[in-house]
Design a binder for this molecule. Structure first.
Ligand code: PLP
Length: 365
């Protein structure tokens, strides 16, 4: 049998190893000059035009961003149910209530119409997710937020470098979180980067990150230790020099798949959107689970389901929304299948993926 094609593959090279070694030899391991440089370089690389704050994970970044934006117990934040649990967890951890809105069929992202329908007098913000690396409908979402006096918190965990109408994701909301987990488009090992629009929100984030201290032993708020280490920042800084080429490879791989796949629904790209293909997600209308198993067993091609269980069905959030009110969420959860699109795929790998998917789609039809 052909070699296994994994659904994701973190890329770590000699440059990252050398950078880690440099930091280890310096003897300064915790948050320091590498983190500061990484924050500045990240903002500049992605043209965010705003300050960035590095933390130890994307989830902590969202949590701290929400706390720093004033989100508190009793507030409501509108979120998609079709996302990774961290989106909803970060809201719930502030004591606020995640209110689930349906997605749109075209981009798998939160639906502006569903957001409007979910607004109550307790709503303080909207957390759209740029799912799979495709920007959410930010023009409509920002207009709704303006009209109702709401904040927007972007979950850009999967969308480093994505943009809409020339504006990069991460430059729309009160804050935006980029995850640096190993399978994301770039990594620092674990980590998160948060872009922040407002200087006071940025200051609070830095306080919460460090036990509430700006000046040592003069704590101003009850804070966490969610600092990034200089070891992780050094990895991230190297990855910043590579992520542009990797994104181009993802886009080229996606273009090949879209041009050649038959019998499955390929992912559309909205007008004016730049999709960075964290995932390349097709829809298998019938028998998705068997399809994925056959891809692995018959063709040795890996795939992923992001996400088979929507958040409103997970134990912590069970009973907070009805399946019937989230029809596109339910449909996507049953149909979504992410095929390998990562930058390490060879032309031969891409051809094997196409051959396998087309054969299975034909057999199932
Ligand atoms: C990965 C991810 C997160 C969480 O990021 P971590 O760095 O793993 O904490 C949040 N939201 C989405 C959509 C993600 O994919």
């Amino acid at each position: 049998m052909n070699e296994f094609i994994p659904p994701a593959k973190p890329l770590i090279g000699d440059e990252e190893r050398a950078a880690v070694d440099r930091v280890l030899r310096s003897g300064m391991l915790a948050q320091g000059p590498e983190v500061k440089a990484f924050e500045e370089e990240f903002s500049e690389h992605f043209n965010l035009g705003r300050a960035c704050v590095a933390v130890n994970s994307g989830t902590s970044g969202q949590h701290l961003g929400l706390l720093s934006s004033g989100v508190k117990a009793g507030d409501e934040v509108i979120v998609p149910s079709f996302t990774f649990a961290a989106t909803c967890n970060s809201v719930a951890l502030t004591g606020a209530v995640p209110v689930f809105a349906d997605i749109d069929a075209d981009d798998f992202c939160i639906s502006p119409a569903a957001i409007e329908a979910a607004i109550t007098e307790r709503t303080v913000g909207i957390m759209p997710v740029h799912l799979y690396g495709h920007p959410a409908k930010m023009n409509q979402i920002m207009a709704i937020a303006d009209k109702h006096g709401l904040q927007v918190y972007e979950d850009a965990a999967q969308a480093h470098g994505a943009s809409l109408g020339g504006t990069p994701v991460g430059a729309f909301g009160t804050f935006a979180m980029f995850s640096l987990y190993p399978t994301k488009n770039m990594t620092s090992g674990e980590g998160g980067m948060v872009s922040v629009a407002d200087a006071e929100v940025e200051r609070l984030m830095r306080l919460y990150r460090n036990q509430g201290m700006e000046k040592q032993y003069h704590n101003e708020v009850v804070g966490f230790n969610t600092r990034m280490t200089d070891i992780h920042a050094a990895i991230g800084r190297v990855q910043l020099t590579k992520v542009g080429a990797w994104t181009k490879a993802r886009q080229d791989n996606a273009a090949f798949l879209t041009a050649n796949l038959e019998g499955v629904t390929t992912p559309p790209v909205a007008e004016g959107a730049v999709h960075v293909y964290h995932q390349y997600t097709v829809r298998i209308p019938e028998g998705r689970d068997g399809f994925a198993a056959a891809l692995k067993e018959q063709y040795n091609v890996g795939s992923g389901m992001f996400y088979p269980v929507p958040n409103h069905q997970l134990k912590p959030f069970a009973g907070t929304a009805n399946d019937a009110d989230l029809p596109e969420t339910m449909k996507a959860a049953a149909e979504c299948l992410s095929l390998p699109v990562h930058p390490s795929l060879s032309q031969g790998d891409l051809e094997r993926i196409v051959e396998a998917v087309n054969a299975l789609a034909k057999a199932g039809a």
